[in-house]
Design a protein around this ligand. Sequence first.
Ligand SMILES: [Zn+2]
Ligand SMILES: [Zn+2]
Length: 284
Amino acid sequence: MIDLHTHSTASDGTLSPTALVRYAKERNLEALALTDHDTVEGLEEALAAGEREGLEVVPGIEISAEFPESTLHILGYYVDCACPAFLEKIAILQKARNERNPTIIKKLQALGLDITLEEVTVEAETGQVGRPHFAQVLIKKGYVKTPREAFDKYLAKGAPAYTDKFRFEPVDAIASIRRAGGIPVLGHPFTLKYKTPDELEAIVADMAGWGLMGIEAYYSEHSETQVRLYKDLAEKHNLLITGGSDFHGQSIKGISLGTGKGSLNVPYKCLEKLKARLKEVQKN
Ligand SMILES: [Zn+2]
Ligand SMILES: [Zn+2]
């Protein structure tokens, strides 16, 4: 069993890269990819921990891209995290994230809530400050009971404190990952909120034209029918199949490393094929 989609304290996870790798080893995973949001900050530590623990660690990233009315995440595997052009590119996203937080605070305060940016920053410890940390503060202060409620009531798209942030266009996110020597993969396609399989296929075909190389078919929230659809689509468009839990540690309950909601089981074969494709790309 492997897990190709996880988060650490470098973004909005609760375990440090080292703790995450140790935990993966404890759970007998054969390989682990660290895919923090818009950052490669945790990769060096995760790779070093992998060496020490004897666990295969795959360097990755998860980039949010612009997509109307829904969520589009592009995973990038084996990106060169020393590539200056790539680092410059993702610095734009970090800046956008940091600029968004004071606006969320202002909106929450305007709604009559007692919350400061300092409190949220403390919650994030060393990682990037994001909406899960706002949710934690809202829970501590008794405004809501669960992260889900915090998102529904205040933080999610369409809720009163939601604040949009700059994102790359999908074509740009895919191209940036390719230029950094990485393999771009469409993350959890169900969040695209497509209405029919044909609509999804049209989106995938466009993205494949822009350089997309895989689809995350196995995912904690995917039903069996969805997994089958995504695998078929991947095969039809000569794309890789990947999968992961989207483990964030204790901050998102009910999702376990490797097994997701219980039945997730990503075969090592997915990673083998990914590495074979990487070799082909590097040759060209
Ligand atoms: Zn995602
Ligand atoms: Zn994720």
